[in-house]
Design a protein around this ligand. Structure first.
Ligand SMILES: *Cc1c(COP(=O)(O)O)cnc(C)c1O
Length: 385
C-alpha cells in the first residue's frame, strides 16, 4: 500500500524581498529588438478584450489592411503570426514545403542557415548556395543555381542582419516563375526600413517581425502569402505538419468565418496596430527615406572616426550597419562598456563575423539623427579609453 501523504509544495525563497518589476530603460541600437514607439507602449497598457469581440474583429481587419500597405501587396492572406519573426519564418516553410520538395536556399549569413535548417525539419531536399558574409548574390548566379537544382522553392534573405547586406530582388520573382518555383523572402529587418514592392517583385511568401522596423515589442510577426503559394497549400495531399502555423486553419479565423483557432495575443495586436498606424501616418516612402538618411549620416560619422563599414555601400542595409572592429580592440569589451557606461545596446558580430564587426541598428522609431549623435559620441569615448 502506498502512503497517503500529500506532496509538499515548492516554496519561493526570499519572498519577502520580491519587489514590483523594475527594468532599466536602454537605447537599443543593436540588431533588435529596437525601442518601441511610446504611442505603441501606451496602446498595450490596457485590459485585453475577447478575441471574438466585434471590436477586436474590426481591429483585425484594420491590421490586415495596414499590413498590406507596408508590404505593398494585395495578398488576401496577409496577417500577423502569433510569435516572433522565427515563427513567421517557420510558417512560410511549414505551409509550402512538402516532404521531398527541393528547396534552394541562398546562404550569405546566419539567417540563411536558419532557413536551411527549418526547411530540413519539414523534410525538404535542401540545396544551398553560399556567399562570403557581407556579399550578395547576382541575378545570374541565382539563375544558374535555379537551372542546376530546379527547386520547387527558392528562399532568400532580403536583409541579412548578421552581415548588414541587402540582397537585390529585382528579376528574381520573374526567374522563379519561369522555372515554376515559389519565392520566399526573409524581410525581418527590411520591412518598414527598406523599399519593398512585394507584388511588383512577384514574391510568393514573405515574413517579418514587429520589433525591428515596426517600432513594437517582439511577439507579433507579419506574414503574407500569394495565390501561387496558396495553390500549393490547397493541393497538398497531407496536412501541414505544424498545427499552430497552418494557414488553411488560420485563414478561417482571419477571414470571414472567424472560426476560433488560438487565442490571439490581444495586447500585441493593439501594439501592432499602433506601430502600423504610425508608419502609415508618416508614409511608407517617407519611412524608407528616413532610414536611408539616418544610415548615411551614421556612415559619414563612422568614417570621420576612421572606422570602416563591412559591406559595400551599394548593398548596405539602412536599418543595420556592420562596422569593422579596429585592430587591437576587444569587440566585447566595447559593447559591454557601451551598455554599462552609456546605456546603449549595440550588437556583437555573429558566426563568421564574431569579434570582427559590431552591428548597429537604426530601426523604426530609433532611426533618428539624434541617436546617431548619442551613439557616435559614446563610441568614441569608449574607444579612446
Ligand atoms: C531577427 C531576425 C530573424 C528572427 O526573428 P526573431 O524575431 O528573433 O524570431 C529572422 N531573420 C532575420 C534576417 C532577422 O534579422
Amino acid at each position: 500500500m502506498t502512503s497517503a501523504t500529500s506532496p509538499s509544495p515548492l516554496k519561493i525563497h526570499h519572498k519577502s524581498q520580491l519587489s514590483p518589476l523594475d527594468m532599466p530603460e536602454r537605447l537599443l541600437l543593436g540588431p533588435g529588438p529596437s525601442n518601441s514607439n511610446p504611442v505603441v507602449v501606451a496602446a498595450m497598457n490596457r485590459q485585453p478584450i475577447g478575441h471574438l469581440d466585434p471590436a477586436y474583429l474590426a481591429l483585425m481587419d484594420e491590421v490586415q489592411d495596414l499590413l498590406r500597405y507596408v508590404w505593398q501587396t494585395s495578398n488576401e492572406l496577409t496577417l500577423p503570426v502569433s510569435g516572433t519573426g522565427s515563427a513567421a519564418m517557420e510558417a512560410t516553410l511549414a505551409n509550402v514545403v512538402e516532404p521531398g520538395d527541393r528547396v534552394l536556399v541562398g546562404v550569405m549569413g546566419y539567417f540563411g542557415h536558419r532557413l536551411a535548417d527549418m526547411a530540413q525539419r519539414y523534410r525538404a531536399d535542401v540545396k544551398t548556395i553560399q556567399k562570403p558574409w557581407g556579399n550578395v548574390f547576382s541575378l545570374s548566379e541565382l539563375r544558374s543555381a535555379v537551372e542546376e537544382h530546379r527547386p520547387k522553392i527558392l528562399a532568400l534573405v532580403h536583409a541579412e542582419t548578421s552581415t548588414g547586406a541587402c540582397q537585390p530582388l529585382d528579376g528574381v520573382g520573374e526567374l522563379c516563375r519561369e522555372y515554376d518555383c515559389l519565392l520566399i523572402t526573409d524581410m525581418v529587418t527590411s520591412l518598414g526600413g527598406v523599399p519593398i514592392f512585394l507584388d511588383d517583385w512577384k514574391i510568393d511568401l514573405a515574413y517579418s517581425c514587429s520589433q525591428k522596423g515596426l517600432s513594437c515589442p517582439p511577439g507579433s510577426s507579419p506574414f503574407t502569402m500569394g495565390e501561387r503559394a496558396m495553390e500549393k497549400l490547397v493541393r497538398r495531399p497531407e496536412k501541414v505538419a505544424n498545427w499552430y502555423l497552418d494557414m488553411s486553419l488560420l485563414k478561417q479565423y482571419w477571414g470571414s468565418d472567424r472560426k476560433y483557432h488560438h487565442t490571439a495575443p490581444i495586447n500585441m495586436t493593439y501594439a501592432f496596430r499602433e506601430g502600423l498606424r504610425m508608419l502609415a501616418e508618416e508614409g511608407i516612402e517617407q519611412s524608407w527615406a528616413r532610414h536611408k538618411n539616418t544610415a548615411e549620416y551614421l556612415w559619414t560619422e563612422l568614417d570621420k572616426l576612421g572606422m570602416e563599414c563591412h559591406v559595400d555601400q551599394e548593398y548596405r542595409l539602412a536599418p543595420l550597419t556592420t562596422v569593422r572592429v579596429p585592430a587591437g580592440v576587444e569587440a566585447k569589451t566595447v559593447t559591454q562598456a557601451m551598455l554599462k557606461d552609456h546605456n546603449i545596446e549595440i550588437g556583437n558580430g555573429l558566426g563568421e563575423l564574431a569579434g570582427k564587426v559590431w552591428r548597429i541598428g537604426l530601426m523604426g522609431h530609433n532611426s533618428q539623427p539624434e541617436n546617431v549623435d548619442h551613439l557616435v559620441s559614446a563610441l568614441s569615448q569608449v574607444l579612446n579609453k
